[in-house]
Design a protein around this ligand. Sequence first.
Ligand SMILES: Nc1nc2c(c(=O)[nH]1)N[C@H]1C(S)=C(S)[C@@H](COP(=O)(O)OP(=O)(O)OC[C@H]3O[C@@H](n4cnc5c(=O)[nH]c(N)nc54)[C@H](O)[C@@H]3O)O[C@H]1N2
Ligand SMILES: Nc1nc2c(c(=O)[nH]1)N[C@H]1C(S)=C(S)[C@@H](COP(=O)(O)OP(=O)(O)OC[C@H]3O[C@@H](n4cnc5c(=O)[nH]c(N)nc54)[C@H](O)[C@@H]3O)O[C@H]1N2
Ligand SMILES: [Mo]
Length: 764
Amino acid sequence: MTAARFPSLAHWGAFTALVENGRVIGCEPFARDPAPSNMLDAIPAMVHSPLRIARPAIREGWRAGKPRTGNDRFREVSWDEALSLVAEELTQVRGKFGNTAILGGSYGWSSAGRVHHARTLTRRFLFLGGGCVDQVANYSFGAATYILPRVIGTFAPINGDVTDWPSIVKNARMMIAFGGLALKNGQVTSGGAGAHSLETWLRRAKAAGIDFVSISPVKSDAPDFLGAQWIPIRPNTDTALMLAMVHTLLTEGRYDAQFMLRHCTGFETFCDYLLGRGDGVTKDVDWAAGITAVPAETIRELARRASSTPTMITCAWSLQRAHHGEQPCWAAIVLAAMLGGIGLPGTGFAFGHGSANGIGVPRIDVAGPEVPLPINPARTMIPVARIVDMLLAPGESYEFNGRRYAYPDIELIYWAGGNPFHHHQDLNRLRRAWQKPQTVVVHDGWWTPTARHADIVLPATTALERNDVGGSSRDTFVLAMHRAINPVGEARNDFDIFRALAQRLGYEHAFTLGRDEMAWCEWVYNKVRASAQAKGVALPGFQQFWAEGFVELPPPERDYVLFEDFRRDPEAHPLKTPSGRIEITSQALAALDYTECPPHPAWLAPAEWLGSAAAQRWPIHLLTNQPATRLHAQMDPGPVSRASKVAGREPVRINPADAAHRGICNGDIVRVFNARGACLAGAVIDAGVMPGVAVMATGAWFDPGAAEGEPERHGNPNVLTLDIGTSPLAQATSAQTALVEIERWNAPAPPVRAFAPPELAPAV
Ligand SMILES: Nc1nc2c(c(=O)[nH]1)N[C@H]1C(S)=C(S)[C@@H](COP(=O)(O)OP(=O)(O)OC[C@H]3O[C@@H](n4cnc5c(=O)[nH]c(N)nc54)[C@H](O)[C@@H]3O)O[C@H]1N2
Ligand SMILES: Nc1nc2c(c(=O)[nH]1)N[C@H]1C(S)=C(S)[C@@H](COP(=O)(O)OP(=O)(O)OC[C@H]3O[C@@H](n4cnc5c(=O)[nH]c(N)nc54)[C@H](O)[C@@H]3O)O[C@H]1N2
Ligand SMILES: [Mo]
């Protein structure tokens, strides 16, 4: 029997699903993809996994107010009963407490298909029903989202609007990558992609003679073929290194004085800071060496080299996912301004070349596919990562991006398409806060830790069980996603779940606008088509697109250079900042008077780092980076991620000296701990991790210890991370700011239960 073939797409790439007897048996990479991700191999096992949620389920003890432990028993119920319960809960909470008692931000990546994008649908459903508390910005680049507009008038460059690769390959001769250029991250982009191109572009850049410098605590953040100079740096200290480079350029007269004068504002005030005129501290290379652990001479040499060759400065998003994460973004722009390359071909600053697929890929500016969102009538939001602060302190006031807000009082949490028990920091604190609302509703395809912490769990289909249109504004393909199999168990599409609820609540038409699944697919595609048309690009009609499975946008006619017009003529093309220039000092920020986000870029010690007093007790800085073998926590139970585990747990990579000192050998089970929590992990000794640093990828399914004080069993590093805002400006996550200690685990190792579904009582 030959398998039936269906085009499809995931955030990690386009593929053809191979189906036999109603089961997905394989995923063949899209023919046009030069570097498909092996994460595709996890899909068949995940689609037919025993962890799929088969039927709607209710947590036992919910009504009695029994705490949500993540290990509760669930009772399966009919769809009719489950939908009635959800509709009643929504009505009751709205009536008694109002719309701002519902948290519906539902942060998370959901699926690559945009019609069935669960987070969009959740917010659409709740907004149309009266509104909810939304979550703004993201975990990915929240700090940059609020600092960049203050400095350059837009946050577009953090979202992929950067000088493109062809321009870099032709014109740059050096690329300094803070946080490296990790190929592992290039497997993924939100909305998926037809082609994985990071490696292709890096190889072209290398062949063109560009010298790479990778500044990162971890050597493997730059692929070997780049032959990059590796400069290990203490985590969270990049700002100090950048400032010292700027100081060198300033004092050695190696900077573009003309550009600083004509295109920037507030340079003098900043120079006073660099030269220590206010605080008596000169921000020179010796000063920075003491903070960063990078030798003074290395920093000076790097500044000199950069000033004598066309240089692109690129920063991984990780740098700003830390306490005071606003600062490295700003300092990098000032460094690039001093070098004079902003707005010139191939040089200047950029973000995220090594953070996601598609950054810097040439593309005409056409909208990506998406379903529209109405306004939120509740007009209430929180910065995404402040969820626990909100749940623990309703009514408390806080500062955010120049305004004061009060946290709403939540009685109902509605989540579809995200996994807060993966993505949030300090999970033990989240677990306490999570007891606040009377009801938690979750849709997911699998019994994730978040589903297990819910009261009403609704089983969602996977992308292979429905028709959709996918793609990203960073990719040149729009992809058709054909339904390949019937829904597994009693799973339903999120769209159909919300439609049924909207029907019960009396606003079905507002939710669907009279369109069914295929009509939405056509509508979303036609929006892209119209956007292309406006750029003079003719795309085929929907029927042809659907039959062929994809369309490809033609390449742009010329290279894209960020701020080219501004560079040429700053008067005619000012930036959208108050001054129209690059703000090296910001009067607006000065007026806000935030100690933690001063009016110019500055080195501010993070709450925890290797130079802090806390490092006496907790001598290891823990980095929790993106996993090579999965997307966040998605597919952690699948074969690709499981093959990466060590002693059945998430690997933690540590330097040989740190391991030897603690008597830790390769493959040992270790306990990673601090005052916030502890988890077990499998040790991997790696000389490519600098001393004093440990690296654990995020995404191991949360497996809390059975008793108080027992470590999390599986290696979810978010039991250790710090849950504070980057600063009052962005209030973004500070996930990369965490000190820990590590020791060998000598007791018998408790079994990992994360991949066993919860105990189920059958439907009555
Ligand atoms: N310590 C630390 N923590 C971090 C980070 C870090 O660097 N360090 N990174 C952060 C970042 S950048 C991010 S973006 C977040 C990611 O956090 P999330 O986006 O919340 O993580 P995912 O595991 O992708 O969760 C998506 C969930 O949606 C479900 N899903 C997929 N498709 C569908 C669907 O069609 N319907 C429904 N109902 N559900 C669906 C999946 O099964 C999965 O459970 O994590 C953050 N957390
Ligand atoms: N395979 C895979 N790819 C992914 C994802 C995934 O889950 N899986 N998630 C995607 C998502 S949602 C996002 S937001 C992006 C995130 O993209 P990034 O934020 O760039 O990804 P990370 O892996 O967290 O960080 C990249 C590297 O930065 C280094 N680093 C960490 N802290 C510091 C620091 O203080 N200074 C310096 N110089 N280096 C530091 C770490 O060694 C790390 O390996 O990745 C995307 N790509
Ligand atoms: Mo992200």
